[in-house]
Design a binder for this molecule. Structure first.
Ligand SMILES: C[S@@+](CC[C@H](N)C(=O)[O-])C[C@H]1O[C@@H](n2cnc3c(N)ncnc32)[C@H](O)[C@@H]1O
Length: 333
């Protein structure tokens, strides 16, 4: 049979082609498949535009610090865990000591009878700072004796000195020497040949001279160290008490490097959390085994944000019992 399409004239061929294309488009626009395809295509375009967006737009807009847990890690531990387990967990983590960038191992303990001499060598070129004291340029600016402190004669000092019979006492935060000189008196009374190292930058704190106006200043150098030394001279304690005039961080670090360990360490420098926390952690490393570390202001107004919080956290992380004696906290190693 003859195919009719092949027998059509050329113009009718063209007409038939156009007609069938329109028909095809009409059917296409009216079919469900077309709309499904359109939908898929729009999804595809959306996906492609998302993955090609610059990376910076995908970064979180809030600073990372806001995403850190607000509660200290220690609170997330199950309460049933024993202190030994807690201690083991924290020792296996990058610990608070790592965060403070302090070395964890101190030099071998120096015999206590070498401690004074070692400090004289390392800090004072081998000569006692009390020789030829006071220097002429400050002599007239000092009071013969002016000793003021805070809880510096508390019963805790006598309790601990009697109990520990310390050969080496380290005080972190000395000011005019009230607590250091009180401890010197107690050790003398017991006939102990103790050395008391006083770590303090002897700068006080901003504005402290509003309350202690008698402490003079020479060219911006506040005479706190000199007045403290004058008090030591007045109390006849120059063979016992020795200033270590550095910041608590560097002073404690050096004692650790030199192997100077304390039988008793008193913490009474900065009272904000960070200062107390750093001082306690650094000082504990130079506490001889069986020694005692203690400090003032466990119950002061800002204690839960400062000293007490640091002490409690330290005790908790290290599985140590905290005792109190008046306003003081006490931890035995
Ligand atoms: C509260 S007073 C010490 C009082 C003293 N223990 C007493 O009972 O008389 C605090 C002392 O800590 C010192 N101090 C504070 N922060 C210090 C730091 N980071 N390094 C060294 N000394 C610091 C101050 O200079 C000040 O003399």
């Amino acid at each position: 049979m003859k195919d009719e399409r092949h027998s059509l004239p050329p113009h009718q061929h063209q007409y038939s082609y156009k007609h069938s294309s329109r028909l095809f488009l009409f059917k296409l626009f009216n079919s469900t498949v077309f709309y499904v395809l359109l939908l898929l295509l729009s999804y595809l375009l959306g996906y492609l535009s998302a993955v090609t967006r610059p990376i910076v737009q995908q970064l979180p807009t809030r600073p990372i610090v806001q995403q850190l847990p607000t509660r200290p890690i220690v609170q997330q531990l199950p309460s049933s865990q024993s202190s030994a387990t807690t201690k083991a967990i924290f020792q296996s983590l990058p610990t608070q000591l790592d965060n403070l960038h302090v070395t964890t191992v101190c030099a071998k303990q120096l015999p206590s009878e070498l401690v004074r001499e070692t400090i004289l060598d390392k800090v004072y070129d081998g000569t006692s700072p009390f020789i030829n004291f006071p220097p002429a340029h400050v002599a007239t600016l000092l009071r013969g004796k002016s000793i003021k402190g805070w809880g510096s004669n508390g019963a805790v000092f006598e309790h601990l000195v009697k109990k520990m019979k310390p050969k080496v006492i380290i005080e972190v935060g000395t000011f005019l020497g009230a607590s250091a000189l009180h401890m010197a008196q107690l050790t003398h009374k017991l006939g102990l040949d103790s050395v008391i190292l006083c770590i303090d930058d002897f700068r006080g704190w901003p504005g402290f001279r509003d309350r202690f106006k008698f402490i003079k200043m020479v060219n911006g150098d506040v005479l706190l160290l000199y007045q403290f030394m004058q008090n030591v001279v007045a109390m006849n304690a120059t063979e016992t008490v020795l200033p270590v005039p550095f910041s608590s961080g560097s002073g404690l670090q050096k004692l650790c490097e030199w192997g100077v360990l304390g039988d008793m360490i008193e913490i009474d420098a900065g009272h904000d959390f960070n200062s107390a926390w750093a001082d306690i952690n650094r000082a504990y490393r130079i506490l001889r085994p069986g020694g005692v570390i203690f400090g003032h202001d466990y119950f002061s107004a800002a204690d839960n944000r400062g000293v007490r919080r640091a002490v409690n956290l330290f005790g908790q992380l290290n599985g140590l019992k905290i005792q109190t004696d008046g306003q003081h906290w006490v931890i035995y190693s």
